[in-house]
Every structure is written in structure tokens, then in C-alpha cells.
Design a protein around this ligand. Structure first.
Ligand code: NOJ
Length: 495
């Protein structure tokens, strides 16, 4: 095996005089690499209406339409982390996590979404969590928005309404004022490509507004402007005293072209630009949407007889504000699909605009859900795609993980993490990708949105039948603890 482990020489600005002293084997993480685990507020906190918290769009949708969820599952109690956060921190400690990625619930801080009411109990909750993390040498990595918009802001249209960018800015200011002295890693949004779908289809993502091919782009436009405003606010008013970093979490599958025909290679590029570039290109490249996205949505809109494109345009001033508005690129990825060129799907829709047809290769190993096939080599490819397209930004992998049905001896999850982390290390050590952190999804079994509690992602089991919501480490928790302790992935995963 040792022969297969290649040496990677890290030349840290100066030439290494003794090559062996600078060498890192392919299975080792770089010094200072941030390893940890991730969760999000609605998926774990519960206490949906306690201590002054306002209603979120997920509370609202799953209460009004339990049939949109699975078995009527919702986040009313979830893992009860609002009361049991100390147990979560204990689990992170056992794991040897250096970072914990969690999100702040906007309606727990601002029940009406605006500054008219600032909920001190919500601020206290996150202060307690942050302080306990820091006492245990765990750095908070905080997501400002992981999909739980205050319902009060949905009543004014939600993300398609451009004014939401200003509401988000004011919310962010409250976060910097209250937590910025201790939080040094921020991301504004989590996976916007997923949550903007809440404005294109009903029955799935909240708030379940069916304006297919229109609402999702309007929401996209506001979200990018909101992100950039918050970044600039931090730059102008907080960075010099708080010294933190701000990014945005974008996500995509890897897409493998059906074959090497030119049209399918172009389809591969298109889908990656529509899924990831839609958000990443404006922020990390040039302040604007990818050319292929602009062209296709404009052309389709024209062909539909519309007087304007379904995808709005940024002003020159907005482009300048958006361009370069991040210190790092946070990235979620789980699986790989196959793609070919096709005019497919409802018109109008994002799917049709992409000009692609996508499917799962059923010969790739399955997990506990059909959408998550275990394709570790796709992870290396997608990391390399991101690192080549957005070369000036460090990459923080904020989500990656495996679904099963909840067994404590979760060998499938161990194998997934071993293989995916090995491919990530190849991307870092052999291909030169600048990845600086990795948080496994998820610390806990939790509410997988519309799929409910049946879908298990946790490295800790949570007993949802007990009012105690007892946490129990699965085999994968000690597997990851070993990796985190040794800062290396066992060599067997590199064969
Ligand atoms: C992406 C989301 O950010 C997270 O909330 C979700 O649970 C995981 N993917 C798994 O689907």
C-alpha cells in the first residue's frame, strides 16, 4: 500500500530544504484543515413556537399541508436541540470536531422578520451554544439562512420581492452585532439553488409557490443581491474589528456526460452552470450570470412571447457590488448523475432552460435513497471543477454524507465517508485543490425536510420515539473520530 501512497510536496512560499520534512502523504490532511459536522436550525432545533420564536415558512407549510411532508413529520420538536444543545456539543467533542456548522433561525431572532421585535431569548440561545462550543475549542461556522424564512416575510412575497435583500441585510447586522465578536466563519445562504425551487413548484420546498421558471429566478436575483449587500456591510463596518470571513454555500451534483459527443459535453457544462454557476459566477467570477444561462433563459423567454426575460438583469453598480463578494466558497455535494443534451421538461421551467436530461446510473451503488448513489470519483471531479472555475477562493466543503435506514452499525456510511474523503484528499494533495475544511452531514439524524425522519443522515442516532431524543453514536462516529484525531484517512480507501 505504501507504494500507492504518493508524496505531495507542499512548498509553503519558500523552498523546502529537506523534502521529507515538507512532504505530506496523499491520505493526510493539510495542517490546520477544519474537520467537523453540520446541521441546520429547522432540521434539529424544535421549539418551533417557544420563547418568542416566530413562524417560519417551513412551520407554516408543514402545518397547513402535512401531506407535503412524510407521515405528517415536521420540525415542531425535531431533535429538540433548542433544549439539548449541550448534548450536541458533547457529541462534537467526542467526535474531535474542530468546527461545527449550524444555522441561525431568522424567526427565532426576528419573529416578524424585521427589527420591530428582537427576541432576546433567541439571541441567548445562540450565545449559549456559541460560548459552549468555544469553551470546548470548537469553532462555530454559522449559516445565516438555511431555508427557514420568517412567514411574515412570505406574506410580502418572500424572496422574489427585491426588498427582501434589505430585510436580510438588517437581520445580518443583528447577527454581527450580537455574535460577530466570537463567530469568525459566516455563510450567508445555504444551497440557494434548492430553496429557490420553493418559488417554482408546489408540494415540495417551502413556501410551495408555483411560479415555475419565473419565481425561482426572481428569488435567485434577490438572494445574490442580499448576499453581496451583507458582504459589503461586513467589509465596511465589521471586518476591521471582528476579523471574520464570509462566504456562501453553493451546491451541485457532479454530472458525467452520457458520451463524448460534443453536444453532451456542452450539456455537462450547461447543467453545471445552471446549478452552480447561476450563483457562483456572479459572486466568484465577474458579477453576472454565466453567459450560457443568460442566453438560454433570454431566448426561451422571447420564444414564449414574453416582453422581458424571466431572468432579471443586474445593474452595473450591482455587478460591481456582487463581483468578488466572498472570502471563501462553501460547497455541498453528495452524488453524481448522467447528463445529455435535450429540450426536456415543462415550458417554462429551469429544467427546460438547462437544455439537458439527467438521470441516475443504476449500476452505481445505491444508498438508502435512490437519489444518492455512491460515486466517490465524482466527488474528486466536482471539487476539481469548482477549484478550476473559481481558482482564487478557498473551498470549504460544508456538506457531504450518506443516507441509510438508521442502523447503529452503519457500515455503508463508513464506507461512503472513507471513499469520499479519500477522493477529496486526492483532489487536495494530487490535483492541488485548495480545500480548507469539511463538515460531515450530519451530526444528528434529523428532519430531512419533506422526506421526514425516515431518511437518516446522522453519525449520531436520535431516538425520535423518546421525549428525551436520546443521542447515541453510530459506528461512523468513531470512524470519523479516528480520522479527525489522526488527520488522515485509512490507506485502504486509496486502493
Ligand atoms: C442539503 C441541505 O442543505 C440539507 O439541509 C439537507 O438535509 C441535505 N442536503 C441532504 O439532503
Amino acid at each position: 500500500m505504501a507504494a500507492r501512497v504518493s508524496l505531495y510536496l507542499e512548498i509553503l512560499g519558500v523552498a523546502c530544504l529537506l523534502a521529507t520534512a515538507c512532504a505530506r502523504e496523499v491520505n493526510q490532511f493539510p495542517e490546520g484543515f477544519l474537520l467537523g459536522a453540520a446541521t441546520s436550525s429547522y432540521q434539529i432545533e424544535g421549539a418551533w413556537n417557544e420563547d418568542g420564536k416566530g413562524e417560519s415558512i417551513w412551520d407554516h407549510m408543514l402545518h397547513e399541508h402535512p401531506e407535503y411532508g412524510n407521515n405528517g413529520d415536521n420540525g415542531d420538536v425535531a431533535c429538540d436541540s433548542y433544549h439539548k444543545y449541550a448534548e450536541d456539543v458533547q457529541a462534537l467533542k467526542e467526535l474531535g470536531a474542530k468546527v461545527y456548522r449550524f444555522s441561525i433561525s431568522w424567526p427565532r431572532i426576528l419573529p416578524n422578520g424585521d427589527l420591530d421585535v428582537i427576541n432576546q431569548a433567541g439571541i441567548d440561545y445562540y450565545n449559549n451554544l456559541i460560548n459552549l462550543l468555544l469553551e470546548n475549542d470548537i469553532q462555530p461556522v454559522v449559516t445565516m439562512y438555511h431555508w427557514d424564512l420568517p412567514q411574515a416575510l412570505q406574506y410580502i412575497g418572500g424572496w422574489p420581492n427585491p426588498i427582501l435583500a434589505d430585510y436580510f441585510l438588517e437581520y445580518a447586522r443583528v447577527l454581527f452585532d450580537n455574535f460577530g465578536d466570537r463567530v469568525k466563519w459566516w455563510t450567508t445562504f445555504n444551497e440557494p439553488i434548492t430553496f429557490v425551487r420553493g418559488y417554482s413548484t408546489s408540494g415540495g420546498q417551502a413556501p410551495s409557490q408555483k411560479a415555475r421558471g419565473i419565481g425561482n429566478y426572481l428569488a435567485t436575483h434577490t438572494v445574490i443581491r442580499a448576499h453581496a449587500k451583507v458582504y459589503r456591510l461586513y467589509d465596511e463596518q465589521y471586518r476591521s474589528t471582528q476579523n471574520g470571513r464570509i462566504g456562501i454555500t453553493v451546491g451541485t451534483n457532479w454530472y458525467e456526460p452520457y458520451n463524448d459527443e460534443e453536444e453532451n459535453l456542452a450539456a455537462q457544462e450547461r447543467i453545471l452552470q445552471f446549478e452552480l454557476g447561476l450563483f457562483a459566477n456572479p459572486i466568484f467570477v465577474d458579477g453576472d450570470y454565466p453567459a450560457v444561462v443568460r442566453e438560454r433563459v433570454d431566448n426561451n423567454s422571447r420564444a414564449e412571447g414574453r416582453p422581458r426575460s424571466r431572468l432579471p438583469s443586474f445593474t452595473d453598480e450591482e455587478k460591481r457590488m456582487i463581483n468578488g463578494s466572498a472570502d471563501f466558497l462553501a460547497f455541498n455535494s453528495y452524488t453524481t448523475m448522467v447528463v445529455r443534451s435535450a429540450e426536456f421538461g415543462f415550458s417554462p421551467s429551469w429544467g427546460r432552460d438547462t437544455g439537458t436530461y439527467r438521470w441516475y446510473n443504476l449500476s452505481w451503488p445505491a444508498s438508502g435513497a435512490t437519489w444518492l448513489r455512491v460515486v466517490p470519483w465524482g466527488f474528486r471531479k466536482v471539487i476539481n471543477w469548482v477549484s478550476t472555475r473559481y481558482p482564487n477562493y478557498p473551498i470549504f466543503i460544508t456538506e457531504n454524507g450518506y443516507i441509510d435506514s438508521g442502523e447503529l452499525d452503519d457500515q455503508g456510511r463508513i464506507s461512503y465517508y472513507g471513499q469520499y474523503m479519500a477522493e477529496m484528499l486526492k483532489a487536495i494533495n494530487e490535483d492541488g485543490a485548495n480545500v480548507i475544511g469539511y463538515t460531515a452531514w450530519s451530526l444528528l439524524d434529523n428532519l430531512e425536510w419533506n422526506s421526514g425522519y425516515e431518511v437518516k443522515f446522522g453519525i449520531y442516532h436520535v431516538d425520535f420515539n423518546s421525549t428525551e431524543r436520546t443521542r447515541t453514536p453510530k459506528a461512523s462516529a468513531s470512524f470519523l473520530a479516528g480520522i479527525y484525531r489522526n488527520m488522515s484517512v485509512p490507506e485502504e480507501y486509496f486502493t
